[in-house]
Design a protein around this ligand. Structure first.
Ligand SMILES: [Ca+2]
Ligand SMILES: [Ca+2]
Ligand SMILES: [Ca+2]
Length: 242
């Protein structure tokens, strides 16, 4: 074997190890990349499963999930359709706008205007009355004994404390101004102004029932809309009006 043959022989010995020295690392890298891609995909799938579970869970138990539009699933007072509370800096009803007022007759909403005849035949408009008083109270009556108890209590215990408030009975059953005036007088409430809701428009507007008491503040915001009960709530609401 001459020196050339020796060199070629040595090269044949060394060359494969040089070639294969590269290949295992390439193969390893590719496998690693494939493995990583698989792991990333798996993680992405797990994250999206978790996110969808979060979107579909009701963590504050208010009946609304994030997927249903709950914009704060850690606060049960915040959900789509909740009453927007003015001035708290929170989008309570999840409509995307903070402290905006919606029109309606639920507490916190801006009451639509309405007008009704009173039992003396004058037309009385809500917002017209609000320009003349610090607020309006509507009490829905059918002149029943329960109404008698409520109104007698309201006259004795509430009205004297709030002279700047306009109190109205709303007669939604009598059906005519003349008959309503008769009922008002025979029940002994001549001193409390009475509105005649002949077609029950305001009764329906306020989604009222017998004894419902509504308070509308001077800006037209509904501050109470519920049964009179013992009058405590009415006094509380009127005390905190402004
Ligand atoms: Ca919720
Ligand atoms: Ca809002
Ligand atoms: Ca708010």
């Amino acid at each position: 074997m001459n020196s050339n043959k020796i060199i070629i022989f040595l090269m044949l010995l060394v060359l494969p190890s040089l070639v294969f020295a590269e290949r295992p690392s390439n193969v390893g890298l590719n496998e690693r990349v494939i493995q990583l891609e698989y792991e990333v995909n798996t993680l992405q799938q797990q994250v999206s499963v978790l996110m969808s579970r979060l979107d579909n869970s009701d963590l504050d138990f208010d009946g609304f999930t994030v997927a249903m539009g709950d914009c704060n699933d850690a606060d049960a007072s915040i959900f789509p359709g909740a009453v927007e509370i003015l001035g708290d800096g929170v989008d309570n009803d999840c409509d995307g706008v903070i402290d905006n007022v919606t029109s309606g007759t639920q507490v916190g909403q801006q009451s639509p205007d309405f007008s009704l005849p009173d039992t003396l035949g004058n037309t009385r408009g809500l917002y017209d009355e609000l320009t003349k008083s610090a607020g309006v109270v509507l009490y829905f009556t059918i002149w029943s004994p329960i109404n008698d108890v409520h109104v007698s209590h309201m006259r004795a215990e509430v009205m004297p404390n709030f002279p700047e408030i306009s109190f109205f009975l709303v007669d939604y059953v009598t059906g005519s101004v003349i008959d309503s005036r008769t009922a008002q007088l025979s029940n002994g409430f001549a001193d409390i102004e009475t509105l005649v809701d002949i077609d029950q428009a305001v009764f329906n507007l306020y989604e009222a029932s017998m004894g419902t008491t509504a308070v509308i503040d001077s800006t037209g915001i509904v501050r109470m809309n519920e049964d009179y009960k013992d009058g405590t709530k009415l006094t509380d609401v009127l005390t905190n009006l402004n």
